[in-house]
Design a protein around this ligand. Sequence first.
Ligand SMILES: Nc1ncnc2c1ncn2[C@@H]1O[C@H](COP(=O)(O)OP(=O)(O)OP(=O)(O)O)[C@@H](O)[C@H]1O
Length: 598
Amino acid sequence: MFSSIRKLYTLLSDEQRRRLLSLQALVVLMAFAELSSIAAIGPFMAVVGDESHLVDEGVLADIYRLSGAGDSTVFLFWLGLGVMGILTLASLISIFTTWRLSLYSQQVGAELSTRLFKHYMNQDWLFHSNGSSSELTSKLSQECRRISDNVLTPLMQMNAKIVMALFVVIAVFIFNPWVAVCGLILFGTVYWGLYRVVRRRLMNNDRMISATNRLRFKLMNEGFGGIKDALLLARQPEFNRRFEQSSHLLGRAKGITKALSHSPRYLMELVAFGAVIMLVLYLLVTHEGHLGTILPILSVYAMAGFKLLPACQQIYGGLATVRGNIASFNNLREDLEASRQEACDEPGHKTNKWVPRRAIRLENVTFRYPGKEEAALEGINLTIPVNGTIGLVGASGSGKSTAIDLLLGLIEPEEGRLTLDGHPVTSARRREWQNSVGFVPQNIFLADASIRENIAFGLPAEQIDDTKIWSATQMAHLDELLERLPHGLETRVGERGIQLSGGQRQRIGIARALYDDAEVLVLDEATSALDGITERLVMDAIHAFSGKKTIIMIAHRLATVRSCGCIYMMDAGRVIDSGTYDDLVRRNKTFRQMAEHA
Ligand SMILES: Nc1ncnc2c1ncn2[C@@H]1O[C@H](COP(=O)(O)OP(=O)(O)OP(=O)(O)O)[C@@H](O)[C@H]1O
């Protein structure tokens, strides 16, 4: 656990470390303030117990004489007020320090989750195509919250309490080494023993909380995402049962961790009362029963105990909470490390476009997905003339989508290259190329927002350019639909566009691809889920760009690619033939068969 905490410190940014260091000054100030509040009570109680202190030699007697109070009761009143003033100041410093510490840990938690969100958002397509979005959501919402609430916050509180406790123990040690050593041994042994007993349980709970959180997010994602299938297949009881089970385990693990960190308080109060009785007896024996001498000493010890006991409880509780939640940090450790190292290059900042003038080419491209032996694409060559329309056809798994992802610059070839007019698309210029491309996938992701916001996907409402929206909707043949809708562009589409038909969704997808005036339009089976008539409407919208924009489309239905200037046929990661529709029907047996069955 301590190595994890050290690691967590190394992952803080320089700014966060600087703030932490400056907080240490506040923590020391708080410890001093608490100490002076303990020390202040002694002289007051000494005078209460025995007024002769005002006439004897000593600092108190000097102050009494200098104050000119005359009456000891009046002096006692002012002394009491002075002590109250010191206690108030100490409390204010403690409140301020605790407030700053809480703020710091929550801010660091928020900054870590922002850093992670940026890190995940800036990952390439391969990372997202292999990962699970529910896991990322769980990490960002649950695990980050656990780090800030259950690791950073208790660590900061512990930090303050340890410094304070150390100061108090040293002061008591100077006052009476025996009492300090005995107290330290007694309380230290009990707390350490308790921690040893519950440590393993806390570790198990820690793992259980992480695992059940992950499972709950997965179930929520699958359940709500696939609600139609769940309803039809009557799978809700199964989802409900698994959710209930994981929630139960999560609740239990969290509850036990909390209970284990809070419950020793009562045992410690018992130990503390026992210790006070022993102390009183010890003082009575050593001071021969003289209550006037015992009272100030006892009140200083009582005040020290009054400060130390909750501090010890908080240190122990903090330790138990951190132990019970440190797995959240271990789960995010690698990602946090990576996010600290990378200079976050915000991809959206470059707005330049790289528009090809002659041709887009994949030259001798080979690509293998990580962890796979077989290449998804093997030495393929594709030439796409600018303003031409080309089609990609082939059996499922032949590599069409992979070729499109390479063309889009979403993945990089293992061998070979992507070129525009003969110039390779390097990672430095990839963004410029992507700025000229519009992509329409088979399943358009629609957010639960207005059609306008969905077309300008991801842009804040105030930055949306309505001229561009109208031009995109016209090009996508969406304007007629919008005129029929009572709220037009402001119509909300429901989550994942549930309130729209498939054709409407696809046309919103096309409008989105065209919003930034894409010169190259890439469609990955964009019409395969549509009925014949709707497909025709969508294809009309696409064919309206023929000769004006470069169009690359994957299609299962050969009718869709009939008018393409060139069709590439793919099989097992290779281009096995290419030509016009008529050429291929004439000379390629497989293509002919596909055309016959279309
Ligand atoms: N993210 C991925 N990770 C690992 N392998 C993948 C991944 N995506 C695709 N593949 C594999 O790469 C090969 C080519 O897949 P690809 O999706 O490019 O084919 P496709 O022709 O587009 O298929 P379909 O028409 O069914 O969409 C397949 O063997 C597939 O299993």
